[in-house]
Design a protein around this ligand. Structure first.
Ligand SMILES: Nc1ncnc2c1ncn2[C@@H]1O[C@H](COP(=O)(O)OP(=O)(O)OP(=O)(O)O)[C@@H](O)[C@H]1O
Length: 718
């Protein structure tokens, strides 16, 4: 709920009038500039083409600045540089006032950073020394100044406690139907993580609600600022991977605010199947099914270890060796004999013996091209032919054409029978192939040859399991290449952000490293929140081993929930995680509500009414399974309660009252949350996975949390 603005904070500030005046003039200057840009008659160049380009560029500038006129800035910095004092205004979009003093620096610029840090001095680009005299938050809404809060003021003795006050006000607001930007209230440690030097892979570790996902998107936006120089990323060449499509759509709502609308936000499965050209492939996670249903501990341990091994970084070289052997075998007794016509010369004979072809393949493996061995081998054949025949530049195209059919046939013979999916399965089904690299021990090969998942059903349609997908992607990376598909060409992503990074195996990290510009991965995760340890790394060192130079940064504070909700979550988490006791922003809220005994739909309906009466509109009922959500949603209608079910990845959260299973609620947040069936029958106390799920359910609410159980409440939250 928006906090009311106390009059004392606004009109009584001694600078209120002066700041109001400055705001009015800044708005006027911006409008003037936009009108100039939009005036086509003014954007006239030497010729028609130049004029059109100029007008287009001006139009683009105008379109980018226009949304910011209603709130040109949110803060200011009084600084002293070289004996001169000046005030810099900080906003979401930079604005250069060429005719006056109403410029705005952008939050993601180098200078903008000074607003968020605790530093009191810095070295300006032009040298010398700069000192910070004052940091001031300016709440502006609809071109009107609402409030001034000084965060630091050396005339008032330094820190004023204002930063915490502004933060608390923001955290007291209700949730929305999408992830929000925190540009106005970015905290110093978050700012540091967000601006960690571009070109360094970063792993941001932080507890639930510490802002990891939010900061990942802000880092991406920061990466697109021109000040990043050679590291600058183009939004359309960036990718964010989120664990499911519901969360991906929720998080995407932050993109326009951050000016990176064209970045792609998707799931690892969608990206992988797209790259394999098998969009219809169903991705299963049968290891998870087994871990949740099988009581045989030996089999569970086997399934866990096998999944871990399939995601081991060494598998990359196991795959590479396998392909080397496959392609060498396919090249055996192959050769090329052609004649080539060249203008003004006799017919030229071209011969590649088997040994020549082996040599070329060896060079291609050594060069390890991003677009894969097939494309690399083709280039090597062409280059070798042109060199041997001594073809002048202007005749190259003709010679390539003459050789095209022969080379395509040869490539077909060598590479055609290896599709990533079949080849991965061929490798994983062959003891000899697994042994070939010498990288796996006998026991590991034996482990890969077992099938602990044989009792878990597979879908009828074409499918791949989450644990074999990285090996398939490795096959794809080596044969057809890996990266961003731009039409038919493949290029490295400018930057990749991974959410829930604790669920990515070292092998996947290694492949993503290949798919991206060097140093351009930002991974956001919490090793303590891992739900799928069999797929993830044992620790961040295992990730650093495959992403050279990666820096682990820790966010230590949590922001999401009130003291009452955070405290309850900590009780659950302390049963499996020693680091559960994190520092939260101490924000007071309503006591956790408990509705116990009786008819569950009736209890839920009552909880919903109470949440609404407390002023909340975005409310979630969180169930253990999708079928529970469907059943309860139908029953709730009888109690005059219309909760929209979100039970598949195709559903979208659009705000209001929803009912959804915990696996789809992870990462989402709501003003109020109601945990259905919060009991020990539903969340088995002896199973760590179930306690983790209970934690996720109980940590979705910002302000108001209810626990509902028709019988007794779960002992951990009773
Ligand atoms: N500096 C900040 N100012 C205001 N709100 C913040 C700030 N940092 C984080 N938040 C808020 O805290 C909440 C949690 O953020 P976010 O979802 O990014 O955390 P997370 O670490 O990714 O959580 P999880 O691990 O549960 O997915 C969001 O509501 C976010 O807007």
């Amino acid at each position: 709920m928006p906090a009311a603005v106390p009059r004392s904070m606004t009109e009584n500030h001694p600078d209120f009038e002066q700041e109001t005046e400055h705001l009015k003039d800044t708005v006027a200057a911006m409008i003037r500039q936009i009108e100039l840009w939009e005036d086509r008659d003014r954007n006239v160049g030497a010729d028609l083409e130049t004029s059109v380009i100029m007008a287009d560029e001006a139009g683009e500038h105008a379109a980018m600045l226009s949304p910011h006129v209603h709130a040109p800035y949110f803060g200011s910095l009084k600084v002293r540089v070289g004996g001169r004092e000046q005030t810099l205004y900080v906003g979401k979009h930079g604005f250069l006032d060429v005719k006056g003093p109403h410029s705005v620096v952008s939050w993601d610029s180098e200078v903008g950073s000074l607003f968020y840090t605790q530093e009191l001095s810095w070295t300006p680009k032009r040298g010398g020394k700069g000192t910070i005299r004052r940091r001031r938050q300016l709440d502006v809404e609809a071109k009107t100044l609402r409030r001034i809060t000084d965060l630091y003021d050396d005339e008032q003795g330094g820190d004023t406690g204002g930063r915490e006050e502004v933060l608390l006000r923001r955290l007291n607001e209700g949730s929305t139907a999408g992830m929000r930007d925190v540009v106005e209230t970015l905290q110093p440690e978050q700012n540091g993580a967000m601006r960690w030097p571009a070109g360094t892979p970063v792993i941001i570790q932080g507890a639930a609600g510490s802002g990891k996902t939010t900061i990942g998107f802000h880092r991406l936006a920061w990466m697109t600022n021109a000040e990043r120089g050679p590291h600058r990323a183009r939004p359309e060449a960036c990718m964010v991977l989120m664990p499911n499509k519901v969360l991906a759509a929720y998080a995407s709502r932050i993109l326009p605010e951050l000016g990176i609308e064209r970045a792609s936000v998707t799931t690892p499965e969608a990206w992988a199947t797209g790259l394999l050209g098998l969009e219809k492939l169903e991705v299963t996670d049968r290891t998870l099914s087994l871990l949740l249903t099988d009581r045989d501990n030996t089999r569970r341990a086997l399934a866990w270890r096998k999944a871990k091994l399939l995601g081991d970084a060494r598998m990359l070289d196991v795959v590479r060796t396998h392909l080397w052997n496959r392609f060498n075998a396919a090249l055996r007794s192959q050769s090329v004999q052609e004649t080539v016509e060249l203008p003004g010369r006799d017919l030229q004979a071209l011969t590649f013996t088997e040994a020549d072809l082996f040599g070329l393949l060896r060079d291609v493996f050594a060069a390890d091209p991003l677009d894969g061995y097939r494309a690399g081998f083709r280039r090597a054949l062409d280059a070798e032919a042109l060199a041997r025949l001594n073809v002048p530049d202007d005749q190259e195209a003709g010679v390539r054409r003459q050789l095209s059919t022969t080379f395509t046939t040869l490539l077909g013979r060598v590479f055609a029978s290896t599709t990533p999916v079949t080849e991965a399965r061929r490798l994983l089904g062959s003891e000899a192939a697994l042994r070939a690299s010498g990288l796996l021990s006998d026991r590991e090969v034996q482990l890969l040859m077992t099938d602990p998942l044989s009792g878990i059903p597979t879908p009828r349609r074409a499918h791949a399991d989450a644990i074999e997908l990285p090996v398939m992607l490795a096959m794809q990376a080596f044969t057809g290449g890996i990266g961003r598909l731009d039409g038919r060409t493949l290029e490295p992503f400018d930057h990749v952000v991974l959410d829930e990074a604790q669920d990515y195996s070292p092998l996947l990290y290694s492949l993503l490293g290949r798919a991206t510009r060097e140093g351009h991965i930002t991974a956001l995760g919490d090793l303590n929140q891992g739900m799928h340890g069999y797929k993830g790394p044992n620790n961040w060192e295992a990730v650093q081993a495959v992403l050279p130079g990666a820096k682990v940064l820790t966010l230590s504070r949590t922001y999401r929930s009130t003291r009452q909700i955070t405290g309850l979550g900590a009780r659950i988490a302390s049963t499996y995680n020693r680091a559960a006791d994190v520092q939260g922003v101490d924000r007071d809220g309503a006591e956790v509500q408990r509705y116990v005994g009786g008819n569950e739909p009736e209890l839920l309906a009552r909880a919903v009414r109470d949440a609404q009466a407390a002023g909340h509109t975005n409310i979630a009922i969180v169930t253990r399974r999708g079928i529970d959500a469907e059943r309860l949603s139908e029953q709730l209608v009888n109690y005059d309660t219309d909760a929209q079910p979100i039970t598949t990845q195709e559903h979208r959260f659009r705000g209001g009252l929803v009912i959804l299973p915990v696996n789809l609620a992870k990462g989402l947040e709501f003003s109020a949350a109601i945990v259905a069936s919060a009991d020990a029958q539903t969340y088995d106390e002896s199973t760590e996975y179930e306690r983790r799920l209970l934690y996720v359910s109980a940590s979705r609410a910002l302000h108001w949390l209810a626990l509902v159980s028709p019988g007794e409440l779960h002992p951990l939250i009773a």
